[in-house]
Design a protein around this ligand. Structure first.
Ligand code: AR6
Length: 178
């Protein structure tokens, strides 16, 4: 199975995606915020916030699932990524956990498609190239290890990030599959 057949990269707005789940780069309170989090809550409507309140928050790197409300996406997976503080505070492991735990929820629910934003690469300050590499390798490794092949769309909001994802994916595909 060629895992790369299941991965695509899009320049656009994640709130428009017609997938089983979109992932929200949330804050630990899970009560909305700016960036992609604000956009998802605005597009989903007030029911999303109401459902999020029941969790009483979520640690960095963990993930929670809700319905999608007014979104085309059937579900939202909320995960607070790490706040980047220079890279010596376990940020890379926390970012991996965010992707891994989101994929685990998708697997548990039998989803066939999922869309990710660039978690932590905005307000939380994670350097974009490193965040991109962690995003793609964590998802690829998860699919291979679990033999769980789901359509994964990385939805990037800015041209710079989009190009990073396109280039990194191309570099991985150039490595022959054993
Ligand atoms: N679709 C796709 N990507 C988007 C969208 C969109 N509609 N809007 C922004 N992005 P950020 P973080 C990109 O700051 O760094 C929030 O206030 C954006 O360009 O949204 O994980 C939360 O409540 C960037 O590349 O998330 C937290 O407090 C990426 O999404 C905090 O920000 C992530 O940027 C989380 O910070």
């Amino acid at each position: 199975m060629d895992v790369f057949k299941h991965i695509s990269v899009v320049l656009g707005d994640i709130t428009t995606m017609d997938v089983d789940a979109i992932v929200n780069a949330a804050a630990p309170a899970l009560l909305g915020g700016g960036g992609v989090d604000g956009a998802i809550h605005r597009a989903a409507g007030p029911g999303l916030l109401q459902e999020c309140r029941k969790f009483g928050g979520c640690n960095h790197g963990e993930a929670r699932i809700t319905a999608g409300y007014n979104l085309k996406a059937r579900h939202v997976i909320h995960t607070p990524g790490p706040i980047y503080r220079g890279g010596q505070f376990g940020e890379s492991q926390i970012l991996k956990n965010s992707y891994r735990n989101s994929m685990l929820l998708a697997k548990e629910h039998g989803f066939k498609s999922i869309a990710f934003p660039a978690i932590s690469a905005g307000v939380y300050g994670y350097p974009k190239p490193e965040a991109c590499q962690i995003a793609i390798t964590t998802v690829v490794d998860f699919m291979k290890a679990q033999q769980f092949f789901i359509d994964v769309v990385f939805v990037l909001f800015d041209q710079e990030n989009y190009q990073l994802y396109v280039d990194y994916l191309a570099s991985l595909k150039a490595i022959p599959v054993q």
